[in-house]
Ligand binder design. Structure first.
Ligand SMILES: [Zn+2]
Ligand SMILES: [Zn+2]
Length: 315
């Protein structure tokens, strides 16, 4: 047994059970290519995610925090101990036609100075968005400050950690304003919610370019949650994407089938990810780690793509 096996106590509700829960996209081994950590708005450390990946029987795991790659080095270190292949990643926040579009980047150079500066600027926008959001809530009669949201986390922010909407949702649950995370998003924080704000951000095409310039492969995250397939198609046809996240915790079987067809028609890679954020009060947001997975050959293909961009970067 690995000496680190028992270092981290695991809350089993965060883990996708290998048997029982079903889901046609799940097979033993494989890669979960979409997970968050405390480096952004997840609840678990990068090493914890790796431990869960090990328990879920995964061969590979991507760390894809919002607008930061700061969780990746810890995961790589833990991955070496557990024998899990860690895919360095990021999930960049963009906006198109007023809709939040997320762009996943894989195998990008996490030390690229240009990339790090660009991501730092995006995090500054996120902070501004949070301030606007709590101001809206206060106007709606729910007095709340970002200081309260952060202090109620019950732990210090880790270096480079950005506070996001799930943290604010927690505060709403704690105040009894909503019953759970989903209600917080449906009623207040998500698109169409009473306190929804969306400050100017970069467009998806720009994020694709940034990822390529940092030597990574660019994948459209969870197209199903945008509820705008016309926009998805328009975006797919106006930027040099490398892939589509076909299988996601919030995608139905029909969604997956549709996006798989869109990917095939454009010769794009088809990825899968749980979008694991940890659990809050036993509520696993999006999905349990390992709940969506692809064959680890996909990791190879993403790496090959990224090597092309890295070669272009050098020439
Ligand atoms: Zn996302
Ligand atoms: Zn995500």
């Amino acid at each position: 047994m690995n000496k680190h096996e028992d270092d981290i106590q695991v809350d089993e509700t965060m883990l996708f059970a290998r048997k029982g829960m079903g889901g046609s996209s799940v097979e033993p081994g494989g890669a979960d290519l979409h997970t968050h950590t405390i480096a952004s708005d997840g609840m678990t450390s990068p090493a914890y995610n790796v431990r869960l990946a090990h328990l879920a029987g995964l061969k590979a795991l991507a760390i894809t925090d919002h607008d930061t790659v700061l969780g990746v080095p810890e995961a790589i270190e833990a991955g070496a101990q557990y024998g899990i292949h860690i895919v360095p990643g990021v999930e960049i926040s963009t906006v198109e036609e007023g809709i939040d579009i997320h762009v996943l980047g894989y195998f990008l150079d996490i030390e690229d100075a240009g990339l790090l500066e660009r991501l730092a600027n995006l995090r500054a926008v996120r902070d501004r968005r949070n301030e606007m959001l709590v101001a809206m809530l206060t106007e709606l009669g729910i007095p709340l400050t970002m200081e309260e949201v952060v202090s109620e986390l019950g732990r210090p922010l880790s270096p480079g950690e950005t506070v996001g909407r799930p943290h604010i949702a927690d505060a709403l649950v704690r105040r009894g304003i909503v019953r759970n995370m989903k209600e917080a998003f449906d009623e207040y924080l998500g698109a169409g919610g009473k306190a929804y704000v969306n400050p100017p951000r970069i467009r998806p095409q720009e994020a694709v370019r940034w990822i390529h310039e940092a030597g990574g492969a660019a994948v459209m995250a969870h197209p199903g949650i945008y509820h705008r397939d016309d926009l998805v198609i328009q975006l797919l046809d106006t930027a040099p994407w490398d892939g589509i996240e076909v299988w996601h915790s919030d995608h139905s079987e029909e969604d997956a089938k549709r996006y798989s067809e869109m990917a095939s028609a454009r010769d794009l890679l088809q990825t899968a990810g749980s979008d694991f954020h940890g659990a809050r009060k036993g509520d696993v947001f999006h999905g349990a780690l390992g709940g969506r997975r692809v064959h680890e050959q996909m990791v190879q293909q993403l790496q090959e793509r990224s090597e092309q961009y890295q070669a272009e970067r050098r020439s």
